[in-house]
Design a protein around this ligand. Structure first.
Ligand code: ATP
Ligand code: ZN
Length: 292
């Protein structure tokens, strides 16, 4: 059957953004609050709502074709199975968090190198040890599924590797952040398998829509008036813009109207630089959808 099944987090930090992203790709679902399976209405893509930790396994078992989950969770499984099985298809930019090493306030450990031979409590043992190994550090992982931050106080670990947001939990447990090991965002994952042609074509269509949404989120449509002889300089000042369109301005042969799509973030500094180069009547519009 040529339908694609996507696993997303049922309720938690990634749920709303995952669903909103799929909806902005034009997907609509027949949903009911207590059902975990939402049927796609206009496009043959269905949703399975699950705990985020289960998503990598669901993909590996072939229960779903795609999943949206934090890289922190997915990479742990990728490392466990030596890089086989899962493939990151697109980074999604939301669900940002950092995996950090934290140590007790009173400790001899003052750098990552000092962790060699230490015990590290973490819910991400495979990811942590591979990140540390890349830096020449070999440590012993103490796997815990929660309350990692109490391990040093209990004497079962010398340090922890955990997701940190504000640092409040660390302080409450007399720990300090030593270094960020890894910055994570949510990503779209698929299985590393070849799909039947029709299903692959459907996946390609979905990915093209997703790329359009992701690009549109950063892109702006810029309209301005420019001196004819400053068009080249002004185009250079527009971040990520390709060839602009130029239109004559009735009654003023020295100036033109210039329209361009900027595919990178546009800040006030950019607008000030444009004005400095002679641009006037600068308008910046959001881009809702983009294809091709
Ligand atoms: P579930 O019930 O689905 O297992 P959970 O409690 O494990 O939920 P959440 O707290 O909702 O998970 O976090 C889901 C993901 O959100 C994390 O794995 C991580 O990728 C991301 N995330 C973003 N910010 C943070 C943060 N400040 N702390 C923890 N995770 C964060
Ligand atoms: Zn979870």
């Amino acid at each position: 059957m040529n339908r694609i099944r996507i696993a997303i987090q049922k309720s938690g930090r990634l749920s709303e953004r995952s669903l909103a992203l799929l909806q902005s790709c034009g997907l609509r679902f027949a949903r009911s609050k207590d059902k975990l399976y939402w049927y796609g209405q206009d496009f043959p893509v269905d949703l399975l709502l699950v705990r985020d930790d289960d998503i990598p396994r669901i993909l590996l078992d072939g229960v779903c074709d795609l999943g949206i989950v934090g890289q922190n969770i997915a990479l742990e499984v990728v490392r466990e199975c030596d890089g086989t099985g899962l493939e990151e298809l697109r980074g999604l930019g939301f669900g940002r968090c950092r995996l950090s090493i934290a140590v007790p306030e009173q400790t001899q450990i003052s750098s990552i190198a000092d962790l060699d031979g230490c015990r590290i409590a973490t819910s991400y043992p495979a990811l942590t040890s591979s990140l540390l190994e890349k830096r020449g550090v070999s440590a012993q992982m103490v796997k815990l599924s929660g309350s990692v931050e109490i391990a040093p106080g209990l004497g079962t670990a010398d340090a922890i590797s955990d997701l940190v947001s504000t640092g409040t939990t660390l302080r409450a447990n007399h720990l300090v952040e030593l270094e960020v090991l890894f910055e994570s965002t949510a990503a779209l994952y698929g299985q590393k398998v070849s799909l039947p042609d029709e299903k692959q074509a459907l996946l390609n269509r979905l990915l093209a829509r997703l790329d359009g949404v992701l690009q549109a989120a950063e892109s702006k449509y810029v309209m301005l008036h420019a001196p004819r002889d400053a068009v080249e300089e002004i185009t250079r000042l527009l971040p990520g813009a390709e060839n602009p369109s130029l239109m004559n301005l009735e009654g003023d042969p020295t100036r033109v109207a210039l329209h361009a799509v900027c595919r990178e973030a546009l800040f006030w500094e950019h607008l000030e630089a444009l004005k400095g180069a002679g641009a006037s009547a600068i308008l910046v519009l959001p881009v809702e959808k983009m294809l091709g």
